[in-house]
Design a protein around this ligand. Structure first.
Ligand code: HAM
Length: 504
């Protein structure tokens, strides 16, 4: 569905490494290589030919008529989804729904309301200039109306847009959550792909650490709910105010704050030399980053206090957050780590990241406070904090710890079948009665042998099998076998709803 949009790009982003003119050439090439001879009609229309049109052309030319002189071999469809994306077959879908249900339950338990936004957004929503990876990984293109659009790489800018659209009309504080599919042209590694679903929990309108702590508590609630403990997962917390204070002390202007944070975050993955060019562009002295990284290796609040002083707002903020976490009873999950900065430009204060204690998997979830984001869009200053929690890493972790339930069962209560075609209307009536009484019913839609029906019911994990045979048909009844207990009863079709009630 959404992938179709990407495949019809009229302009590719720099992330694809293909300039727009080459894209046109590339598309034209595709057209001409699929057809071994050029069809003037096709070539002349627009230079872009849909797969459906190409297929039609291939069929016409492989028939018996005049056109079959040009023998075309149909290209076999590549059945893989585009690189980095996933198909969700029913079993995968059951897992996905299960995970989303866990997220939704926690969100509701914490008083959050669900919202959504389009997956396609205006590209301008993401044109931040701090050198973030996420903006370089944008799936962006011009639509048919020449509008610069992008598939959302994250939900936070959409949320900000939605809040801003209401022009202060939303009662604050608001606690909203969503589970959007996000798109990033990522380098593929374990737990990182080109599309993922991301549980977002955000609180707007609360400037204090109470909001940050509430978010951390919700995250822990989820971890506990799926059977993970603080031995499996930890949450590193820090505040970007630490960097802010050091930069102020060094006389670095405030407008360099966001880009410096993004650079410091990159140092987790690359050596200092690799970001030399970025440093120069930012007009930062190498010694500034060296000083910052030195402070950020510190692992205790006391040590940070030694550097920043007792009155440091950063230290006070972290201390307050930690004491709130203690009051929530989640201290065993929380690890203060000054090196956690996060790669997104808009964070201003507390930042946090959930991690696998074994250190094998990528970040499980991440978030923080972004009090200035709305201002960067021209809105009123509004405090906000939140987190994003991807579906990929957590499923890996749950699989590894054997904490995933089985998704084999389709969730069918009863399989209903008629032993002869003429009994089918009665079987259909049985299915309808059972469905009206609240059961999930699979009605066998064709003539099948009883042996097949029982095997089928077993494969679906159904509890009952309801069969309409000649006797049952004559008497307006149905024979129902309990596949677990092995017992069989014959019930009048009219009293099926009472039978369902008795079973539950
Ligand atoms: P983020 O750290 O970019 O933050 O992403 C949050 C989480 O989404 C990550 O920790 C990871 O679980 C998942 N994730 C991100 N990229 C990928 C990927 N390519 N493949 C699989 N999973 C991925 C944000 O997006 C912020 N907007 C979160 C936020 C919400 N901050 C405040 N509110």
């Amino acid at each position: 569905m959404i992938l179709l949009v990407a495949s019809r790009m009229s302009r590719c982003s720099s992330a694809f490494g293909i300039p727009p003119t080459s894209v046109t050439r590339y598309l034209t090439k595709l057209t001409t290589t699929t057809r071994t001879t050029t069809s003037s009609t096709l070539a002349s229309t627009s230079g872009r030919v849909s797969a459906a049109v190409q297929d039609e052309n291939v069929l016409a030319r492989t028939g018996d008529g005049e056109m079959s002189k040009t023998k075309l071999v149909p290209t076999k469809l590549d059945t893989n989804p585009p690189k980095g994306t996933r198909d969700f077959y029913p079993e995968d879908m059951r897992l996905r729904t299960w995970l989303f249900d866990q997220w939704r339950d926690v969100a509701k338990t914490y008083g959050f309301s669900e919202y959504d936004a389009p997956v396609l957004e205006s590209e301008a929503l993401y044109t931040r200039k701090a050198g973030e990876e996420v903006t370089q990984q944008l799936y962006n293109f011009l639509d048919k109306g020449e509008r610069a659009v992008a598939l959302r790489p994250e939900m936070t800018p959409s949320l900000a847009r939605m809040v801003m659209a209401k022009k202060g009309g939303l009662p604050l504080p608001l606690k909203w959550f969503s589970i959007p599919q996000c798109w990033r042209y990522e380098r593929m590694t374990r737990g990182r792909r080109r599309e993922h679903f991301q549980w977002n929990m955000d609180i707007w309108g609360i400037p204090g650490e109470e909001a940050d702590a509430e978010l951390l508590s919700a995250m822990v609630h989820f971890f506990k709910g799926v059977g993970l403990s603080s031995d499996d997962v930890g949450i590193k917390v820090n505040s970007r105010k630490v960097i802010g204070e050091i930069l102020t002390e060094l006389g670095i202007p405030a407008e360099k704050f966001a880009a410096t944070c993004v650079l410091v975050d990159k140092l987790e993955k690359v050596p200092l030399d690799a970001i030399q060019g970025d440093l120069q562009e930012l007009g930062l002295d190498r010694s500034v980053i060296e000083k910052l990284t030195q402070v950020l290796t510190v692992k205790s609040v006391a040590a940070i206090q030694d550097v920043l002083g007792e009155d440091s707002p950063a230290v006070q903020q972290i201390s307050k957050l930690l004491s709130l976490c203690e009051a929530y009873g989640i201290s065993d999950w929380i690890v203060f780590d000054a090196s956690v900065v996060r790669g997104l430009a808009y964070y201003t204060g507390v930042v946090f990241e959930a991690f696998d204690r074994k250190g094998v998997l990528r970040a499980i979830a991440g978030g923080g406070r972004y009090d200035k984001l709305l201002e960067t869009f021209g809105g009123d200053p509004t405090p906000a904090a939140g987190f994003g929690f991807g579906d990929a890493v957590i499923v890996e972790l749950l699989k590894e710890r054997n904490l995933l339930p089985s998704f084999d069962s389709v969730g069918i209560d009863t399989v209903v079948c008629a032993m002869k075609e003429e009994y089918y209307p009665t079987a259909l009536k049985v299915a309808t009665k059972l469905r009206q009484a609240g059961q999930n019913v699979d009605l066998v839609l064709e003539d099948k042998k009883t042996k097949w029906v029982f095997k089928h019911a077993d494969r679906l994990g159904a509890r009952y099998c309801a069969v309409v045979g000649s006797e049952e048909y004559e008497n307006g009844e149905v024979a129902i076998k309990d596949l677990t207990a092995g017992q069989q009863v014959t019930i009048s079709v009219e009293s099926l709803s009472t039978w369902v009630e008795e079973q539950s």
